[in-house]
Ligand binder design. Structure first.
Ligand SMILES: [Zn+2]
Length: 236
Protein backbone atom coordinates (compact mmCIF):
# COMPACT_ATOMS: atom_id res chain seq x y z
CA UNK A 1 0.00 0.00 0.00
CA UNK A 2 1.71 3.17 -1.20
CA UNK A 3 1.47 6.25 1.03
CA UNK A 4 3.62 9.30 0.43
CA UNK A 5 5.06 11.77 2.90
CA UNK A 6 5.73 15.12 1.24
CA UNK A 7 7.77 17.85 2.93
CA UNK A 8 5.86 21.07 2.21
CA UNK A 9 5.72 24.69 3.30
CA UNK A 10 3.10 23.55 5.83
CA UNK A 11 5.07 20.67 7.26
CA UNK A 12 5.01 17.04 6.28
CA UNK A 13 1.85 16.11 4.37
CA UNK A 14 0.64 12.53 4.13
CA UNK A 15 -0.94 11.34 0.90
CA UNK A 16 -3.24 8.51 2.04
CA UNK A 17 -2.80 6.91 5.45
CA UNK A 18 -3.00 3.23 4.63
CA UNK A 19 -4.28 0.99 7.41
CA UNK A 20 -4.37 2.52 10.88
CA UNK A 21 -3.50 0.97 14.23
CA UNK A 22 -7.18 0.33 14.93
CA UNK A 23 -7.51 -1.65 11.71
CA UNK A 24 -4.51 -3.79 12.66
CA UNK A 25 -5.76 -4.52 16.19
CA UNK A 26 -9.47 -4.77 15.39
CA UNK A 27 -9.85 -5.43 11.66
CA UNK A 28 -13.28 -5.30 10.03
CA UNK A 29 -14.49 -8.29 8.02
CA UNK A 30 -13.69 -6.25 4.91
CA UNK A 31 -10.05 -5.82 5.99
CA UNK A 32 -9.79 -9.57 6.68
CA UNK A 33 -11.24 -10.34 3.25
CA UNK A 34 -8.92 -7.81 1.62
CA UNK A 35 -5.88 -9.36 3.32
CA UNK A 36 -6.71 -12.71 1.80
CA UNK A 37 -7.33 -11.52 -1.76
CA UNK A 38 -4.38 -9.10 -1.94
CA UNK A 39 -1.91 -11.21 0.14
CA UNK A 40 -0.76 -7.97 1.69
CA UNK A 41 1.60 -7.96 4.66
CA UNK A 42 -0.31 -7.28 7.87
CA UNK A 43 2.18 -5.79 10.31
CA UNK A 44 1.42 -2.75 12.50
CA UNK A 45 5.02 -1.60 11.96
CA UNK A 46 3.82 -0.72 8.45
CA UNK A 47 1.17 1.68 9.79
CA UNK A 48 1.81 5.26 8.67
CA UNK A 49 2.08 6.48 12.27
CA UNK A 50 5.01 4.13 12.87
CA UNK A 51 6.67 4.95 9.56
CA UNK A 52 6.29 8.67 10.24
CA UNK A 53 8.04 8.18 13.60
CA UNK A 54 10.82 6.20 11.93
CA UNK A 55 11.39 9.13 9.59
CA UNK A 56 11.96 11.33 12.64
CA UNK A 57 8.60 13.14 12.85
CA UNK A 58 6.08 13.22 15.64
CA UNK A 59 2.54 12.15 14.68
CA UNK A 60 1.29 15.61 15.64
CA UNK A 61 3.66 17.15 13.05
CA UNK A 62 1.20 15.86 10.41
CA UNK A 63 -1.21 18.78 10.06
CA UNK A 64 -2.56 17.82 6.64
CA UNK A 65 -3.59 14.56 5.01
CA UNK A 66 -4.55 14.33 1.34
CA UNK A 67 -6.80 11.37 0.49
CA UNK A 68 -7.03 9.95 -3.02
CA UNK A 69 -10.32 8.42 -1.88
CA UNK A 70 -11.94 7.14 1.28
CA UNK A 71 -11.86 3.36 1.01
CA UNK A 72 -10.72 1.95 4.35
CA UNK A 73 -7.31 0.86 3.08
CA UNK A 74 -6.52 4.49 2.20
CA UNK A 75 -7.96 6.23 5.25
CA UNK A 76 -8.26 3.92 8.26
CA UNK A 77 -5.12 5.62 9.63
CA UNK A 78 -6.95 8.96 10.01
CA UNK A 79 -7.64 8.41 13.75
CA UNK A 80 -3.86 8.06 14.30
CA UNK A 81 -3.52 11.73 13.25
CA UNK A 82 -6.62 13.31 14.87
CA UNK A 83 -5.28 16.87 14.56
CA UNK A 84 -4.76 16.69 10.78
CA UNK A 85 -7.00 18.47 8.29
CA UNK A 86 -8.23 16.04 5.66
CA UNK A 87 -8.17 17.18 2.02
CA UNK A 88 -10.44 15.18 -0.27
CA UNK A 89 -12.69 15.62 -3.31
CA UNK A 90 -16.20 16.73 -2.36
CA UNK A 91 -17.84 13.91 -4.36
CA UNK A 92 -15.81 11.37 -2.40
CA UNK A 93 -16.70 12.88 0.96
CA UNK A 94 -20.37 12.93 -0.01
CA UNK A 95 -20.28 9.32 -1.23
CA UNK A 96 -18.65 8.26 2.05
CA UNK A 97 -21.07 10.14 4.28
CA UNK A 98 -24.23 9.49 2.25
CA UNK A 99 -24.61 6.03 3.72
CA UNK A 100 -26.08 4.52 0.52
CA UNK A 101 -24.17 1.87 -1.38
CA UNK A 102 -24.36 2.77 -5.10
CA UNK A 103 -21.51 0.60 -6.38
CA UNK A 104 -19.95 -2.50 -4.87
CA UNK A 105 -16.65 -0.79 -4.01
CA UNK A 106 -18.56 1.42 -1.55
CA UNK A 107 -18.64 -1.45 0.92
CA UNK A 108 -15.10 -0.25 1.59
CA UNK A 109 -16.40 2.96 3.20
CA UNK A 110 -16.17 2.34 6.96
CA UNK A 111 -17.74 5.22 8.95
CA UNK A 112 -15.76 4.64 12.16
CA UNK A 113 -12.57 5.98 10.59
CA UNK A 114 -13.92 9.53 10.74
CA UNK A 115 -15.71 9.12 14.10
CA UNK A 116 -13.12 11.49 15.61
CA UNK A 117 -14.62 14.21 13.37
CA UNK A 118 -11.55 15.54 11.60
CA UNK A 119 -11.75 18.89 9.84
CA UNK A 120 -12.31 18.31 6.12
CA UNK A 121 -11.21 20.56 3.28
CA UNK A 122 -13.30 19.71 0.22
CA UNK A 123 -12.48 20.31 -3.43
CA UNK A 124 -14.63 20.07 -6.54
CA UNK A 125 -13.67 22.91 -8.89
CA UNK A 126 -11.24 22.12 -11.67
CA UNK A 127 -9.03 25.21 -11.88
CA UNK A 128 -5.94 24.02 -13.78
CA UNK A 129 -4.49 21.65 -16.30
CA UNK A 130 -1.66 19.26 -15.44
CA UNK A 131 -0.39 17.97 -18.77
CA UNK A 132 -3.62 16.89 -20.52
CA UNK A 133 -5.46 16.17 -17.27
CA UNK A 134 -8.02 18.41 -15.59
CA UNK A 135 -6.51 19.40 -12.27
CA UNK A 136 -7.35 21.02 -8.95
CA UNK A 137 -4.56 23.04 -7.38
CA UNK A 138 -3.76 22.02 -3.80
CA UNK A 139 -2.66 24.79 -1.41
CA UNK A 140 0.88 23.56 -0.74
CA UNK A 141 4.40 24.19 -1.90
CA UNK A 142 5.89 22.30 -3.73
CA UNK A 143 3.25 22.37 -6.45
CA UNK A 144 0.62 19.66 -6.02
CA UNK A 145 -2.64 18.88 -7.80
CA UNK A 146 -5.62 16.64 -7.38
CA UNK A 147 -6.23 14.91 -10.73
CA UNK A 148 -9.89 13.80 -10.79
CA UNK A 149 -9.96 10.17 -11.93
CA UNK A 150 -13.45 9.18 -10.84
CA UNK A 151 -14.69 5.64 -11.38
CA UNK A 152 -13.06 3.30 -8.88
CA UNK A 153 -14.93 5.42 -6.36
CA UNK A 154 -17.24 8.36 -6.98
CA UNK A 155 -14.69 11.06 -6.15
CA UNK A 156 -11.41 9.23 -6.63
CA UNK A 157 -8.45 11.51 -7.50
CA UNK A 158 -4.81 10.99 -8.36
CA UNK A 159 -2.23 13.37 -6.89
CA UNK A 160 0.56 15.01 -8.90
CA UNK A 161 3.55 16.23 -6.88
CA UNK A 162 6.47 18.29 -8.13
CA UNK A 163 9.81 17.16 -6.72
CA UNK A 164 13.36 18.28 -7.45
CA UNK A 165 13.74 15.04 -9.40
CA UNK A 166 10.64 15.61 -11.52
CA UNK A 167 6.93 14.93 -11.17
CA UNK A 168 5.45 12.03 -9.26
CA UNK A 169 1.94 11.11 -10.39
CA UNK A 170 0.29 8.94 -7.79
CA UNK A 171 -2.65 7.47 -9.69
CA UNK A 172 -3.75 5.51 -6.59
CA UNK A 173 -6.51 3.01 -7.48
CA UNK A 174 -7.34 4.44 -10.92
CA UNK A 175 -5.14 1.92 -12.71
CA UNK A 176 -2.84 -1.08 -12.40
CA UNK A 177 -0.16 0.15 -14.75
CA UNK A 178 2.58 -2.25 -13.59
CA UNK A 179 0.29 -5.26 -13.63
CA UNK A 180 0.19 -7.05 -16.97
CA UNK A 181 -1.42 -10.22 -15.65
CA UNK A 182 -4.88 -9.00 -14.73
CA UNK A 183 -7.26 -8.86 -17.72
CA UNK A 184 -8.18 -5.35 -18.88
CA UNK A 185 -11.89 -5.95 -18.28
CA UNK A 186 -11.24 -6.82 -14.63
CA UNK A 187 -9.14 -3.68 -14.18
CA UNK A 188 -11.91 -1.63 -15.77
CA UNK A 189 -14.57 -3.27 -13.61
CA UNK A 190 -12.73 -2.78 -10.32
CA UNK A 191 -10.56 0.30 -10.92
CA UNK A 192 -12.60 2.29 -13.43
CA UNK A 193 -11.96 3.49 -16.99
CA UNK A 194 -8.60 5.31 -16.68
CA UNK A 195 -6.00 2.52 -16.91
CA UNK A 196 -5.51 2.64 -20.73
CA UNK A 197 -5.05 6.44 -20.65
CA UNK A 198 -2.57 6.15 -17.77
CA UNK A 199 -0.53 3.59 -19.70
CA UNK A 200 -0.45 5.86 -22.78
CA UNK A 201 0.54 8.79 -20.59
CA UNK A 202 3.42 6.80 -19.07
CA UNK A 203 4.71 5.92 -22.54
CA UNK A 204 4.55 9.53 -23.64
CA UNK A 205 6.18 10.78 -20.42
CA UNK A 206 8.82 8.33 -19.21
CA UNK A 207 10.29 11.17 -17.14
CA UNK A 208 7.25 11.14 -14.84
CA UNK A 209 7.14 8.58 -12.05
CA UNK A 210 3.64 7.08 -12.11
CA UNK A 211 2.58 5.13 -9.03
CA UNK A 212 -0.40 3.02 -8.04
CA UNK A 213 -1.52 2.33 -4.49
CA UNK A 214 -1.15 -1.43 -4.60
CA UNK A 215 2.30 -2.20 -5.91
CA UNK A 216 4.64 -4.93 -4.77
CA UNK A 217 7.64 -3.83 -2.74
CA UNK A 218 9.82 -5.37 -5.47
CA UNK A 219 9.09 -2.29 -7.54
CA UNK A 220 10.76 -0.07 -4.98
CA UNK A 221 13.46 -2.54 -4.02
CA UNK A 222 14.59 -3.59 -7.48
CA UNK A 223 13.11 -1.73 -10.38
CA UNK A 224 14.30 1.86 -10.13
CA UNK A 225 16.02 2.20 -6.77
CA UNK A 226 18.32 5.08 -7.65
CA UNK A 227 15.60 7.39 -8.88
CA UNK A 228 13.20 6.56 -6.09
CA UNK A 229 15.77 6.96 -3.35
CA UNK A 230 16.67 10.31 -4.84
CA UNK A 231 13.02 11.32 -5.03
CA UNK A 232 12.19 10.13 -1.53
CA UNK A 233 15.08 12.14 -0.16
CA UNK A 234 13.56 15.20 -1.74
CA UNK A 235 10.19 14.23 -0.36
CA UNK A 236 11.43 14.24 3.20
ZN1 LIG B 1 -9.93 1.87 -3.36
Amino acid sequence: MVCLLVETDQGPVLVDTGLGLDDYSNPTWFTQFFRVITKMPFDPNEAAINQVKRLGYKPEDIRHIILTHMHFDHCSGLPDFPQAKVHVHRREYEAFTEGKIRQFTEFAYIPRYIAHQPEFVLYDRVDSKWYEFDAIHLPFEPEMYFIPLHGHSRGHCGVAIKTHAGWIFHAADAGAVYNDETPAWVIKFVLGPHDPHLREFMKAHPEIQVLNSHMFLDFFNKKQPAELVQQSRHLR
